[in-house]
Design a binder for this molecule. Structure first.
Ligand SMILES: Cc1cc2nc3c(=O)[nH]c(=O)nc-3n(C[C@H](O)[C@H](O)[C@H](O)COP(=O)(O)OP(=O)(O)OC[C@H]3O[C@@H](n4cnc5c(N)ncnc54)[C@H](O)[C@@H]3O)c2cc1C
Length: 344
């Protein structure tokens, strides 16, 4: 079947911030042939092609002058197993949380702390999704991509993806050695342990008499914690954490700690670098719950910016700029947005 494309497509229901947005072209593709056709059309029209998952980490301008494409296949296949582990190949269109549910029901270890993260499997490698002490990088073996320049489908080993905190080569432009712009993730291969240990690196995971003992129980606990802490984007549109937790040098962290003894700091793999809780920085600037027109800082969680409805994306960008400015003024720290902006 050949590609069916929609012109001036409505993207409002296809991203969790739910601002009014249109794409020049939009298509849902079922296979590599259709994907190749979409890249050809984008090239002919001299516009970029943007892969779209569930739009839970995106800020869209009112008009996206691009060909926006969703990968629809969503199967989970077992491709190898031993007595210790199982390897799964999962299509990019699979709902991330369906994969987590599938794995914890089998009592496989590795994905339980990543329960309830919105979005698709195909987007998981892009920012190396992470939560509660676990990152996608800890389970991924390889990522299958379609390279539009070569017109080829191939597997990239995890070590070639340069996963780091909320980062991978999929976020970096081709001119800078990255994969962004000409590659589309169509599947991932992950390895999960058949016997394992739960990761309790966040204190609230083990609290109470009924501490989780199985991956399914851990996933259930994480779902409950997240539901209590984060506004549901279906009720109050948002993209989860709007800013990354900044990583600063130890000397700056020590001087901030002298001034603010309660500042939450976390170790990083680099001994001279420390991660700071962005939510605390925003809250300490007095911005938690701050509302500006149709957008605001969530009263529930200072790291989440929310759209109260009928707003425009520019309002959100202005609010984000104000937060960055105030945090910089008070702490000399630059906050970097976590979601990607498809505007200029
Ligand atoms: C309430 C809430 C809580 C969240 N909590 C977390 C959290 O705990 N941890 C976390 O890491 N994130 C979190 N997020 C952010 C978001 O859920 C993740 O980044 C998720 O992986 C995005 O998936 P998506 O399918 O919606 O991607 P989209 O938002 O559609 O796309 C995100 C990026 O990935 C690219 N992309 C998507 N699919 C493909 C593909 N097939 N090939 C190549 N590129 C692709 C897009 O072009 C875009 O650059 C949260 C978001 C919300 C709304």
């Amino acid at each position: 079947m050949s590609l069916v494309l929609e012109q001036n497509a409505n993207l409002q229901p296809l991203h969790t911030l739910a601002f009014a947005a249109q794409a020049r072209y939009f298509a849902r593709v079922q296979n590599v042939q259709q994907l190749a056709q979409a890249y050809q059309k984008a090239q002919t029209d001299k516009i970029p092609l943007y892969p779209l998952g569930h739009g839970s980490n995106l800020i869209l301008p009112e008009f996206v002058n691009a060909f926006v494409v969703q990968w629809m296949p969503k199967h989970i296949r077992c491709c190898a197993q031993t007595s210790d582990y199982v390897e799964l190949e999962v299509d990019a269109g699979c709902v991330w949380d369906d994969l987590v549910n599938f794995s914890v029901q089998k009592t496989w270890y590795g994905l339980e702390n990543l329960a309830a993260i919105p979005g698709t499997v195909g987007a998981a490698p892009v920012q190396n999704i992470g939560a509660y002490g676990v990152e996608f990088a800890s389970v991924v073996q390889g990522v299958q991509i379609f390279d539009a320049q070569k017109g080829e489908l191939f597997w990239l080993e995890a070590s070639a993806c340069e996963f780091a905190y909320r980062h991978s080569r999929f976020k970096v432009a081709a001119v800078q050695g990255g994969l962004r712009g000409h590659t589309f993730i169509v599947a991932v291969r992950i390895r999960l342990a058949k016997q394992g240990q739960l990761n309790f690196s966040y204190a609230d995971l083990a609290q109470g008499p009924d501490a989780p003992k199985t991956p399914a129980q851990m996933a259930a606990r994480i779902r409950a914690i997240r539901a209590a802490k984060l506004p549901d984007p279906k009720i109050l549109p948002n993209v989860g954490s709007f800013f990354q937790n900044p990583v600063i040098c130890r000397a700056q962290a020590q001087s901030l700690q002298a001034q603010y003894p309660q500042i939450p700091l976390y170790a990083t793999p680099e001994p001279d670098k420390v991660k700071v809780a962005a939510a605390w920085l925003i809250e300490t600037c007095g911005l938690k719950g701050w509302r500006q027109g149709h957008v605001g800082v969530s009263p529930q969680q200072a790291l989440v910016l929310v759209h109260y409805g009928h707003g425009r994306v520019q309002e959100l960008l202005t609010l984000a700029g104000l937060i960055q400015q105030q945090v910089k003024q008070k702490f000399a720290i630059e906050l970097q947005p976590e979601p990607e902006y498809w505007g200029t």
